[in-house]
Design a protein. Structure first.
Length: 476
């Protein structure tokens, strides 16, 4: 028998995590629950576009994997359209020369890869496939409403000790153990880690696999910008957006309409210079909990809620429209230079992680070359200086930058923060310690919604079930 649903739920953060939590909470708790979604910045969070000269470009989370089923479902349910085509040729620069260059001929490419690295790229493909295969089990568990009380338990359910163990070893250790060559690791794997996570192969093995998946073919994005998923979910979940900054959360006893004293959470927030507060039965925190990123204080909890010190990687996205100085990378002049993406190896002298031609959020493919050049997106650790820009470009029209505290600085062994911070207080972004990606936040959101629902109704048999894979394999 179900308990009456909660009256009010608060979600802090309207990124993809918070808005998908609103969507799944509405599905589970029904139409009568009031859901307030607090956002101090823009709806979308790290899914953000930048408008330059009338064109919008993805400045944060930009690509989605074809097997990211939550994102796929949101796009379908919300009636959004997708754009494909992050094609073009890729090269890898080591600070002196291009150590690898793609060819537009599939067969030539294969021969080049085998010539340089033997069958390592095929083996890498199989390594990632195997991890993705196990990862996909989460969708089956969630479609049967199963929830997990910790990130570790969730990952363990996907592939046992070995799968969870990926959090405790560096990608380098994992791949060396699997027999990959130094040359392949330095020239192919390290550049992919740099473009996707701005870090080296010392990140944990799981996020390393996610990053390699982020170099697969078939990647897509939402036409008009990935952040449209967040505004769409906010609307479809019929949540109430409060544009304010949450500063405190405190547990208090309140007397409800029924006359019963009930433990509730007081959420104290600021709108401009005004401080307001409201009471909630359930609270979901959908933002990284650290001073620099959210600055939320948990007041008077017994036992106290731990301080979070996860360090987030500083990354700068810069958009530059201009004529690339192709001679920096190769002896070929610009009209003979056909690479549209250049990744870099782990070389401390390099001041960029990657540079690539981008299309606007409405284009399916990069615009044909114009006199004044393409729009290039550059990832770097630091803000580019004018001298650095002039080294990269013969001439340029504009350079606009967006700095980010982008994703955790990975340093295995990883100990993920708790999902259950207190009785009815949940934390979604602990999942980023395993890997940060849009789909990971959506998975954490679905899990937290299911967990909140089952704990509210006392359905303990739906939480942390072991042997789920075997159990569900035989179910229709
Ligand atoms: C440059 C970059 C490139 C990326 N590329 C990709 C990619 O290609 N593919 C991919 O899958 N992932 C990518 N990611 C990762 C992906 O964007 C994130 O994992 C995901 O967007 C995180 O979503 P979230 O909702 O969990 O957190 P966020 O998007 O950070 O949302 C948290 C929200 O909470 C709000 N907030 C914080 N504190 C408070 C407060 N006190 N009160 C009220 N509101 C508050 C914030 O303003 C923010 O909007 C990229 C990230 C970056 C930065
Ligand atoms: C979660 C799973 C199974 C897959 C996600 C794969 C994926 C899309 C990874 C990308 C992660 C990421 C943080 C990319 C950042 S940079 C993206 C892109 N190269 C760009 O140039 O903007």
């Amino acid at each position: 028998e179900l308990r009456a649903p909660p009256d009010k739920i608060a979600i802090i953060g309207a990124g993809i995590g918070g808005t998908s939590a609103a969507y799944y909470l509405r599905q589970k708790f029904g139409k009568d629950v009031k859901i307030d979604l607090f956002e101090r910045g823009e709806v979308g969070g790290r899914l953000a576009t930048m408008t330059v000269r009338g064109q919008e470009y993805e400045a944060g989370g930009s690509v989605i994997h074809p097997l990211n089923l939550h994102m796929k479902r949101f796009v379908k349910d919300l009636g959004l359209s997708t754009v494909q085509g992050f094609g073009g040729l890729m090269g890898i620069y080591n600070g002196e020369t291009l150590v690898f260059e793609e060819s537009s001929w599939f067969i030539v490419n294969m021969i080049k890869l085998i010539w340089h690295y033997g069958f390592q790229s095929l083996r890498m493909h199989m390594w990632v496939e195997d991890i993705l295969d196990k990862f996909m089990r989460i969708y089956r568990y969630q479609s049967h409403d199963y929830a997990f009380s910790s990130v570790e338990k969730l990952l363990h359910s996907l592939g046992g000790d070995e799968f969870l163990g990926m959090l405790n070893r560096t990608l380098l250790e994992t791949l060396q153990k699997a027999g990959f060559s130094e040359k392949f690791l330095n020239e192919i794997v390290a550049p992919v880690m740099r473009v996707n996570y701005g870090q080296s192969m010392t990140i944990n093995g799981f996020v390393g696999a996610v990053s390699m998946a982020g170099a697969d073919s078939g990647l897509w994005a939402v036409e008009g910008g990935n952040k449209l998923v967040c505004s769409g979910l906010l609307q479809s979940s019929k949540s109430n957006l409060i544009t304010g900054s949450v500063i405190y959360i405190e547990e208090k006893t309140r007397t409800k309409r029924t006359g019963n004293p009930t433990k509730m959470y007081e959420v104290i927030y600021q709108i401009g210079s005004e401080t307001r507060s409201d009471f909630y039965d359930i609270v979901l925190v959908a933002t990284p909990l650290n001073r620099k990123m959210s600055n939320i204080t948990f007041l008077n909890f017994d036992p106290p809620i731990e301080e979070f010190h996860q360090y987030y990687q500083h990354i700068v996205t810069t958009f530059i429209k201009g004529q690339l100085n192709s001679t920096l990378f190769s002896s070929r002049a610009l009209d003979k230079f056909d690479l549209s993406t250049i990744l870099t190896t782990d070389n401390s002298d390099l001041f960029i992680n990657s540079i690539g031609i981008v299309s606007s959020v409405t284009e399916n493919n990069p615009q044909p070359s114009t006199e004044r050049g393409h729009v290039w997106k550059i990832f770097s650790q630091e803000i580019l200086t004018k001298e650095q820009i002039l080294k990269l470009f013969l001439s340029y029209d504009y350079a606009v930058k967006q700095p980010w505290l982008a994703y955790p600085h990975y340093k295995p062994p990883e100990k993920c923060p708790s999902i259950i911070l207190h009785d009815r207080l949940y934390y979604l972004n602990g999942i980023e310690c395993a890997a940060s990606a849009m789909e990971m936040s959506a998975i954490a959101a679905h899990n937290a919604a299911l967990l909140a629902y089952h704990r509210w109704n006392g359905n303990t048999d739906m939480i942390d079930q072991e042997g789920l894979y075997e159990k569900l394999k035989t179910e229709l």
